[in-house]
Design a protein around this ligand. Structure first.
Ligand code: ATP
Ligand code: MG
Length: 597
């Protein structure tokens, strides 16, 4: 499929606005973005906790709802900015009383709940470093991350502590304090009550001087391609969180914003906690699990105006209401407040963008970034044309490029230099010019790995992309996932997107299987929509469908059915695992694999 073929399908009703985009890029500077924030009173630096919470109180907006917390049984409670300021002060005081200070690591193992916000922001106010962990991780990945992070304080619940930490606590001597949120049914030695400590603490706290370059967050990458890396981010990142949320999520102070990302994933912090609060919006915090009816109910009842989610969730909604059938489910809810939908985490198939337009009446704006970049780098903006299947264009302040690749799929580095690709439509490793405020400052305990991600003045992302003549970037695949078949380079994303256009296919994961003749042949693993049964007839039909659209060189030669495609907890299909299983090789690091689905 040529870039042109997809380009011919702009979403109707969205006006191209290239001129403004160019001007916005010219006029923008990170220095001016920083001026949009307040800084600590008295010129004492820049602290994420202050920018997210206290500055709104200082400006007389403390009464506004910061959080709308929806419990599992759909009870809703409100936390105002002023209340959040007090609770985060209390937590900062608790940390101080425990002797936990500047640079010390505090981790959470919590699902989405108000205490998570109190922990993140209280930790940052105390100039300690916050490290969120996925509550869905098993005991081994939890232990690994706690050890690697040198975590001194863990905030969790009784249930999660019993299931994931207690048996391994002895191996974690540096873990001094475990604070249990909520009731403790049976006494738990070696832990203290988060609630009781907070209740005793003062609600007054003065944030210490904070250097913009001080370490603030430790985020582990999703582990899609191997062992997760601990990316270090600093307080100054808040400048990028704030600016990018305006550009790529169209956030305005009156918005009601819902980010469905789990805590533990960088999206859950950058856009699930920090960025929206810096804009003073009201945020929905849902403690429940995904369920189509629940989600539509929350969008309607909370009058959500901006919604940030992920392809995996969108595909689940698509399964519940396929295109072409009457959208009874979404139609039975009042979604009139919804203005903007964005997606991140893996490629958003064009089919999903069109589904949004047809079923929800709004297109879905894809955007691209990584744990390492800390904030959105490339996006389909609200005011400009969306190109379904494209990640969009670099944000103001972001300079992207494509680099010539070698046989290992990554950029060729010769004497520290790289070659930029200028030919339209040619694919290369996606690279970014360093210098934006939320850029990672290191991988914890892995300096060499960090240094190896830079060459010739670029940060190398490990992703492969193409660019069209208007500067839109098109995701091809991760450098490791790109397939070489009979002299053709095949991007798994393109094949997966085409497969998803077949009415029976819900999701797909595509790999290259070694072949003596072709080098590699394209093999697809697909899960089916309800009402379809796997079988050789259907496999043949899907193969023929893909051949018609992609041509024989790129279409999958083999189809396997798998209703449980392996995914990371952040919803990414783990192609390397499909491949290892296919080849009977060791599965490698699977710590980020979703537990059970
Ligand atoms: P690891 O680095 O441990 O292998 P990971 O790369 O999946 O895991 P994240 O930082 O959570 O960890 O994810 C960033 C990656 O997700 C990107 O490099 C890209 O491969 C993919 N990604 C994110 N957004 C998009 C998007 N809009 N389109 C295509 N791919 C995306
Ligand atoms: Mg990565």
């Amino acid at each position: 499929m040529e870039t042109e073929a997809i380009r011919a399908r702009p979403v109707p009703g969205v006006v191209p606005n290239l001129a403004d985009y160019e001007r916005a890029r010219r006029d923008f500077s990170w220095e001016s973005a920083r001026e949009a924030l307040d800084g600590l009173p008295g010129g004492r630096g820049l602290n994420i906790g202050y920018e997210a919470v206290d500055r709104h109180v200082a400006a007389g907006r403390g009464e506004r709802a910061a959080l709308r917390c929806v419990s599992v049984d759909r009870q809703v409670s409100t936390v105002t900015y002023e209340e959040l300021a007090h609770w985060t002060n209390r937590f900062a005081n608790v940390l101080r009383s425990l002797g936990v200070g500047r640079g010390d690591r505090v981790a959470s193992l919590l699902s989405r709940c108000p205490e998570l916000y109190v922990s993140v922001l209280g930790t940052l106010k105390n100039t300690s470093v916050f490290c969120p962990l996925f509550p869905a991780f098993g005991p081994v990945p939890v232990e690994e991350r706690l050890r690697l992070g040198g975590v001194r304080v863990l905030v969790t619940t009784e249930d999660l502590y019993r299931r994931k930490v207690v048996a391994r606590r002895e191996r974690l001597p540096q873990l001094e304090h475990v604070l249990i949120v909520g009731p403790c049914i049976e006494p738990l030695p070696g832990t203290r009550s988060f609630d009781a400590l907070l209740a005793q603490a003062s609600e007054d706290f003065t944030i210490p001087d904070t250097e913009p370059q001080e370490m603030a967050l430790l985020h582990f990458t999703s582990g899609t391609t191997g062992t997760p890396k601990g990316a270090i981010h600093v307080h100054e990142a808040v400048v990028a969180h704030h600016a990018t949320a305006a550009f790529a999520l169209d956030l305005h102070p009156d918005d009601v914003f819902w980010c469905t990302a789990d805590p533990g994933w960088v999206t859950g912090t950058s856009y699930g906690v920090i960025a929206p609060l810096t804009h003073g919006v009201t945020m929905v915090v849902d403690a429940g699990e995904y369920e189509a009816r629940r989600w539509y109910g929350i969008l309607a009842e909370e009058r959500v105006s901006v919604w940030y989610t992920a392809p995996t969730a969108i595909r689940m909604l698509m399964r519940a209401s396929p295109r072409g059938s009457p959208p009874d489910l979404p139609n039975s809810f009042d979604l009139s407040a919804l203005r903007f939908i964005a997606s991140v985490g893996e490629p958003l198939n064009p089919e999903a963008v069109r589904w949004g337009q047809e079923i929800l009446g709004l297109p879905i704006h894809d955007n691209w970034w990584q744990t390492e970049t800390g904030a959105i780098m490339i996006a389909n903006f609200a005011a400009t044309e969306i190109r379904p299947g494209s990640m969009g264009r670099p944000l103001p302040g972001v300079v992207a490029g494509l680099l010539e690749r070698g046989p290992d799929g990554r950029a060729v580095v010769t004497d520290g230099q790289v070659r930029e690709i200028s030919t339209l439509g040619r694919e290369g490793e996606l690279a970014l010019r360093p210098g934006w405020p939320s850029m990672f400052r290191g991988y914890l305990h892995a300096q060499e790995r960090y240094e190896a991600s830079f060459a010739g003045g670029w940060y190398l992302t490990g992703d492969v992309a193409r660019r069209d003549e208007d500067g839109y970037y098109w995701f091809v695949g991760r450098a490791d996932d790109v397939i070489k078949s009979a002299g053709h380079l095949v991007g798994p994303f393109e094949v997966e997107s085409t497969l998803m256009e077949h009415p029976a296919v819900a999701e797909a994961g595509v790999i290259g299987r070694p072949d003596p003749v072709a080098g590699e042949i394209v093999k697809a693993f697909v899960s089916l929509k309800p009402g379809f049964e796997p079988g050789t007839g259907l496999a043949r039909e899907i193969t023929a469908f893909a051949r018609r659209r992609l041509g024989p060189a790129i279409a999958p030669r083999e189809i396997a059915f798998d209703q449980n495609l392996p995914k990371t907890r952040s919803g990414k299909v783990m192609r390397r695992l499909l491949k290892a299983r296919e080849l009977g090789l060791p599965e490698g690091d699977t710590s980020a694999l979703e537990e059970s689905r």
